[in-house]
Design a protein around this ligand. Sequence first.
Ligand code: G3P
Length: 215
Amino acid sequence: MKFFIDTANLAQIKEANDLGVLDGVTTNPSLMAKEGIKGDDKIKQHYKDICDIVDGDVSAEVFGIEYNEMIKEGEALAALHPQIVVKIPMIKDGIKAIKYFSAKGIRTNCTLVFSAGQALLAAKAGATYVSPFIGRLDDVSTNGLTLIEDIRQIYDNFGYETQILAASVRHPMHIVECAKIGADVATCPLSAILALLKHPLTDTGLAQFIADSKK
Ligand code: G3P
């Protein structure tokens, strides 16, 4: 399973990349706003800066929600760097835009996916990635991981090549369960990736080995 980091924070992207396990980055308008990145030029430069840090795919989201706006913005984003994947919301015009980009060889990530039916549409339109938001489903008493299972089954039934990118990951068990189910990618906050390192028996075992090595 690929690990993406879900942030626009350059320090966190560097930290995850330095660990040697990072395969890509996802961003969204909220994450860009959190870093105070505003204005077309600054946003574009920020995406280029992210691409300079990481070797893998970098999802850059369009702001427009109307077909022609999404096409214009998406083409400009894709032209920024070969690593850019255009992130498009799961709406009617979004599906049409994904189909357009797919025909042009521009890679896409269909975002804000909350049902298996939406994921089926994204795959049929030719999305490179589909982003089911598992944490936000959990927030409304619906099992987000069940959605990943359903999408995996549907895509495997028909051999869809769209990669399942589990998003809105909140904690390390989300990552482990996504790996068990067979999500292609989990995009995670840095805290969830680092939490995978932790086990109290590792800490006490290491402390014992250090103490014994001095004997
Ligand atoms: O990748 C989508 C993600 O940024 C949403 O996460 O935690 O805001 O639900 P969250």
